[in-house]
Write a protein that binds this ligand. Structure first.
Ligand code: HQG
Length: 185
């Protein structure tokens, strides 16, 4: 019981950290730079002022234990940012990379008609998010409802000039996946 409470608390903290580092830093009066970095000490001060006192050690544990490695510290530890998933404008500075031949995207069946009309588009995020494994794609898609799995011909996309990035936590990112590269599994 105690453990599950602790893990619920950690999940709630992680969700709040996602909110401020990806979507809404102003919620706690935090400022991010153009690459999405917050000063670690400012983040801790803003968390404390907003009634969420967090020690540096707690924050380090949260970053290290996060199930999807959603956050990173800079090498000197003075800054922290989300690795991907932003809705606010940030320039992560990722280098374009050659993707694996095939990538996967999990979505909900109710989105399929729109997806097969206009392709996968980035919605509220900066990029379309793609996974290397069916398992991860299935988890991502199930968040939205009844799962539909799509296979993406990433090799052909790349060959035809589409640019791919890989976030520090292994998510593949691209601007759009046109219909001709999609296969419903
Ligand atoms: C769908 C999580 C209609 C798309 C995950 C998805 C991921 C369309 C939804 C990350 C569409 C957007 C991102 C179109 C795409 N018409 N619907 N043309 N094109 N969609 O949450 O990929 O836990 O923004 O299929 O692990 O589900 O936040 O994207 O169902 O990496 O770290 O529109 O979020 O990471 O939903 O998930 P989302 P996503 P975190």
């Amino acid at each position: 019981m105690k453990n599950s409470n602790a893990s619920e608390k950690a999940t709630a903290r992680s969700k709040f950290l996602s909110l401020v580092l990806r979507h809404s830093p102003q919620t706690i009066g935090l400022k991010l730079d153009e690459a999405g970095w917050a000063q670690t000490d400012e983040l801790l001060a803003c968390l404390a002022r907003s009634g969420r006192p967090t020690s540096l050690q707690d924050l380090q544990t949260l970053v290290a234990d996060n199930n999807k490695q959603r956050y990173s510290f800079s090498a000197d530890g003075k800054r922290i940012r989300a690795n991907q998933g932003h809705s606010i404008k940030v320039e992560l500075g990722l280098d374009a990379q050659r993707p694996p031949a095939v990538l996967y995207h999990g979505t909900a069946t109710r989105f399929l008609d729109a997806i097969f009309l206009e392709g996968l588009t980035r919605q509220a995020r900066h990029h379309v998010h793609l996974s290397e494994s069916v398992e991860v794609a299935s988890q991502v898609g199930s968040r939205h409802g009844k799962l539909a799995l799509l296979q993406v011909d990433a090799a052909r996309m790349h060959g035809e000039g589409h640019v791919f990035y890989r976030s520090d936590n292994g998510v593949w990112l691209t601007d759009v996946v046109p219909v001709q590269y999609l296969l419903k599994l």
